[in-house]
Design a protein. Structure first.
Length: 395
């Protein structure tokens, strides 16, 4: 039998239903399992703990599929799990909110390493773990059958696959991408989505509700949107009645798509200013120019994928937030985000407190941001709570 035996006392996290087994907890592995194979995880005394996917090169040596010894991990098991995840989204996101949704959110849906995002008739599938890769054919077919979509597109090209010893993969698994491109609607706004080459699966669905909130706050304000990507916060700010929006990103392609999205929605392009630049450097330029704003949005990419990167990431977050505080007018608002799993919410708040102190300003938290409801967080898996944000008012 293919099985993993833990060291004495190292079963405690599994008994609390945490779905990861780290390499340091493993006493031995029997049966010569290959990458992605299902193994029985047992305590030192032989007690069954879970069925899990084996990853011999990752620090996360196994990821749990099931806690039930009677389960059989096969295509039908995965199809049922997918169906359960899809059913859980029923009524969660209204049709008014948008035509795009996260259908599967990895460990929180009992499918570790599996991400599925729906953009109209296209489903983008990410397989980020050895176990998910092992069952890629079955997962793709089940997604197609259960959703009835016209295209399943794979975007298994995230850096985390390297930690699993897996090569990047990207391309059509079923059907074909629409010749006219992929377009979605979110809270009344239209967006073009580059599922083949955009960030993540093409769009940041987790920020759906936060974009709308920023739009509500933008009325009659001069807005600075940093790391703007394809303009989600920019579009909402313009639609919400902002006086002006300066959008900054290092990618010329992203800025071009953002401008296309402004035109797509017939928004006033005269109120939109665009800047291709390194945000860290450009914030200093704005400071030196004496510029100031009523609302600043900081939505940077992931600085710390794991806790090992926390110290370096903390310096980066402090730097940009300190500069944002300096650019913020008295009474102005800062919407600051972190999508780094290695930066817990408590640490993020401490970083921003230090940034305000060093900037010489007083500020108060007036709101919190989190991922949209289609990105659930399993109570026994706090690592899934990766997106956090603070709405801060400078006094």
């Amino acid at each position: 039998m293919k099985q993993m035996i833990l060291k004495p006392g190292r079963e405690k996290s599994l008994l609390r239903r945490h779905p990861w087994v780290f390499s340091g907890a493993v006493a031995r592995v029997d049966g010569n399992p290959e990458t992605g194979d299902t193994v029985a995880v047992r305590a030192a005394d032989g007690r069954f703990l879970a069925w899990a996917a084996y990853s011999p090169v990752s620090q996360i040596r196994a990821r749990v599929w099931s806690w039930d010894e009677t389960d059989r991990i096969d295509g039908e098991f995965l199809r049922l799990r997918l169906g359960r995840a899809f059913d859980a989204r029923e009524g969660l996101i209204s049709s008014v909110a948008g035509s795009a949704m996260r259908l599967v959110h990895g460990e929180s849906d009992g499918l570790p390493g599996v991400i599925a995002d729906r953009y109209g008739e296209v489903v983008v599938l990410q397989l980020l773990s050895a176990g998910a890769e092992r069952w890629r054919t079955e997962l793709a077919e089940a997604v197609r059958e259960l959703t009835g979509c016209t295209c399943v597109f794979e975007r298994s090209d995230a850096d985390v696959r390297e930690l699993e010893g897996l090569p990047a993969k990207s391309g059509v698994l079923h059907g074909a991408l629409p010749a006219e491109g992929v377009q979605i609607r979110e809270h009344g706004l239209l967006y073009g989505v580059d599922v083949a080459g955009g960030h993540k699966t093409g769009f940041y669905l987790d920020q759906r509700d936060n974009r709308r909130r920023v739009g509500e706050l933008a009325r009659e304000r001069e807005v600075l949107n940093c790391f703007c990507y394809t303009g989600g916060f920019t579009l909402n700010a313009l639609a919400g009645g902002a006086k002006s929006v300066l959008s900054v990103d290092s990618s010329a392609g992203a800025l071009a798509r953002a401008q296309d999205n402004v035109a797509r929605n017939d928004l006033d392009a005269a109120r939109a200013e665009w800047q291709e630049a390194d945000v860290f450097k450009y914030l200093r330029t704005l400071r030196d120019q004496g510029r100031s704003f009523d609302l600043v949005v900081l939505d940077p990419p992931k600085f710390a994928p794991t806790a090992a990167f926390a110290e370096k990431a903390s310096r980066g977050y402090k730097d940009i937030n300190l500069l944002a505080f300096k650019l913020l007018r008295p009474g102005g608002l800062l919407a600051s985000f972190s999508c780094s799993g290695g930066i817990p919410a408590e640490l993020f708040q401490k970083i921003l407190a230090g940034a305000a102190l060093d900037a010489g300003v007083d500020a108060s938290i007036v709101g919190h941001f989190a991922a949209s409801a289609d990105h659930p967080v399993l109570l026994s898996f706090p690592e899934g709570d990766y997106l956090k944000g603070l709405l801060i008012r400078r006094t």
